[in-house]
Design a protein around this ligand. Structure first.
Ligand code: GCU
Length: 613
């Protein structure tokens, strides 16, 4: 019986590896898993010599892969044998962690790098199934275990997993991953971004052991149309999945209900509960939710809240809320490179709370799960963003599918997190027909997958009827989103800070307005008068003038200035000022607060309610 289940699982695993992550395991945060983090051997392979033969044919698509294929981890048969690589004789990289910030020779490296991890494994229980779970790997990953190809993943910021049941052994396993972070015109994101293209296994890699028949997916949220009803679904995977009993247990609500799965292993449910303690920014209460099936059991911490718009207001649990926010890139404040750890998240969110924020915009791609789980606990609302950034290949169907896959994996990972209230479709994309079609399709997909949250995007702003001093939103995608967001840089890219007093905003749509970016650069410690570009005084005055201008927008329900911390960008090369860093942070990369930090902190401290009741 086990062999039969095993072969079905492996076939299922192989088939799903080539499409979107249909068997993505959710809530690995609470699953017993073994981290494979630590030192991994690596080989830099800019010509992909370990992947293609000299005719440029992939080794892993050949009947009998040659020994020269790096994923075979070959060793010389004897002392005369020719082999031109050796994983045992090379240096190591830390995983999790981007490669750029670990080795000087990799600072600007964009290309293929091979990782190898050797490990032994003894199942805690038998029979059981095993998966390798990647929290993220940037950008394209080809994964092999013991010489067997597990699959391919595209996208640098979302989780994916491959089943290794029957492939993993007790001793001497070798997990080999080819990661390629080359930027691609047809990629998501595309060639041009204003952030560092950190490559590699940027987040942790774990071995997850689960029962043959396990709880693979579930969605448990408050019905967005009835705040006395908990609604959702559970999905089983593997073995006998139909007609199985599922128990949902919410002890603090005195709820313990049984349901039965259909022939797809799926069951949707609605549970009435009239004494719910709602999650909010002041009271971020999380319920322990326990889900049991015949062979599996998992517990999650879930907050119940509703988020709506009503006219030009944003309502959290039917109460108008003003989003006092800040934008954040995923860089570690503790060391150089991509952030990935709980410590990174704790430091960033400590600054967020010191600033007086109740909201963060995680730009421009999904951040690690620690940030979202901590925001849940701290009562900080979150905007999460798909990396559809600037000049995407709008007409390419593969590019669309890539965008949809990455968004699907993000929503699957975070759909049970109360703090997440907005899914952002894109950032600063051109108002052209192909883009409007692409984003409208993405928005419809998002609403179908998760009807409980709001959608937005950083839209295009423009002059009102040709008048340069009246700004408006006439972007057609404004008719699709729930919240009107846009980036505006009057006083930095557009005139000087004094120009703010000459601008009127005329927003005609009856929807909430959330300014997704404004700001300007300053080198920490550079002082001068407020007209001198790059001084802290210039940035400070820009914030003063911008806040005065934005406050005049009636529908304004908050903003997320650009940006909390200075961040690495290869586009920013001004010597002695930028030196490869974007300086719009309110805090320097060394953790020093600039004068503008206190302007925003003071504004938020005195901002108690939305612009109009
Ligand atoms: C843009 C963009 C950001 C960029 C910022 C800047 O609005 O959304 O990714 O870093 O402006 O120019 O600093």
């Amino acid at each position: 019986m086990f062999k039969k289940v095993l072969s079905v699982c492996m076939l299922f695993a192989f088939l799903t590896n080539t499409f979107a992550q249909e068997n993505l395991i959710i809530n690995t945060y609470n699953r017993s898993s073994t981290s494979l983090g630590g030192n991994w051997k690596y080989i830099i392979d800019p010509y992909e010599n370990g992947y293609y033969n000299y005719r440029y044919e992939p080794f892993d698509q050949q009947e009998s892969p040659q020994a020269s294929a790096f994923f075979m981890n070959s060793k010389p048969k004897d002392r005369s044998d020719l082999l031109e690589y050796n994983f045992d004789a090379v240096d190591s990289l830390n995983v999790p962690g981007d490669w750029n910030s670990q080795k000087k020779e990799l600072l600007y490296y964009e290309g293929t790098l091979w990782y190898k991890k050797s490990f032994d494994y003894t199942p805690a229980k038998t029979p059981s199934r095993q998966f390798i779970y990647f929290e993220a790997s940037n950008y394209k990953s080809e994964v092999y275990l013991n010489g067997t190809k597990l699959g391919t993943h595209i996208g640098g910021f979302t989780p994916f997993n491959f089943e290794i049941t029957g492939i993993v052994k007790k001793k001497d396993n070798f997990l080999i991953v080819k990661v390629d972070n080359k930027r691609l015109k047809e990629g998501i994101p595309t060639l041009n971004t204003d952030w560092w293209n950190y490559g590699g296994l940027t987040r942790d890699v774990s071995l997850i052991e689960i029962p043959l028949n396990f709880i693979q997916d579930y969605f448990i949220q408050l019905n967005h149309e009835n705040d006395k009803q908990i609604k959702g679904y559970v999905k089983l995977n593997g073995g006998v999945i139909s007609n199985q009993k599922i128990i949902i247990n919410i002890p603090d609500l005195g709820i313990k209900k049984e349901f039965v799965t259909d022939d797809r292993g799926y069951v949707s449910f609605e549970i009435i509960a009239d004494n719910i303690r709602y999650w909010s920014t002041e009271n971020p209460f999380l319920y322990d939710i326990n889900i049991q099936s015949k062979e599996d059991e998992i517990t999650d911490q879930i907050g119940f809240r509703t988020i709506h718009t009503k006219g030009d207001q944003i309502l959290l649990n039917n109460i108008p809320i003003y989003l006092k926010g800040i934008s954040i890139h995923e860089e570690s404040p503790m060391r150089e490179g991509r952030g990935h750890s709980l410590e990174d998240a704790e430091q960033l969110l400590q600054w967020v709370q010191e600033l007086g924020c109740n909201y963060i915009r995680l730009a421009h791609y999904p951040h690690n799960e620690h940030m979202i789980r901590l925001a849940d606990k701290k009562g900080i609302l979150v905007w999460e963003e798909n990396p559809v950034y600037w000049t995407i290949s709008w007409d390419n169907p593969k590019t669309y599918q890539n965008a949809e896959n990455q968004l699907s994996e993000l929503i699957d990972r975070d759909k049970n997190r109360a703090s997440v209230i907005i899914w952002s479709m894109a950032n600063e994309t051109p108002n052209v027909p192909a883009r409007n079609t692409f984003l409208t399709k993405l928005a419809k997909y998002t609403k179908s997958k998760d009807p409980t949250r709001l959608i937005s995007a950083a839209l295009e702003q423009s002059d009102y009827q040709g008048n340069k001093f009246i700004r408006t939103i006439d972007d057609p995608f404004a008719d699709v989103v729930d919240i009107l967001s846009f980036n505006q840089y009057i006083g930095w890219y557009d005139g000087l800070p004094e120009k703010c007093s000459k601008i009127i905003w005329k927003i005609t749509q009856n929807k909430p307005v959330l300014i997704s970016e404004f700001g300007g650069g300053a080198k920490y410690g550079l002082h001068g008068d407020k007209e001198e570009r790059w001084t802290e005084e210039y940035q400070e005055n820009l914030y003063v003038e911008t806040l005065k201008m934005l406050e005049k927008i009636d529908q304004l329900q908050g903003f997320s200035p650009w940006i909390l911390v200075d961040f690495r960008s290869p586009r920013r090369v001004l010597p002695k000022i930028q030196d490869g860093w974007n300086r719009k942070g309110l805090i320097s990369e060394d953790g020093n607060k600039k004068a503008a930090f206190y302007v925003l902190q003071n504004f938020y401290k005195n901002k108690t309610s939305p612009n109009k009741e």
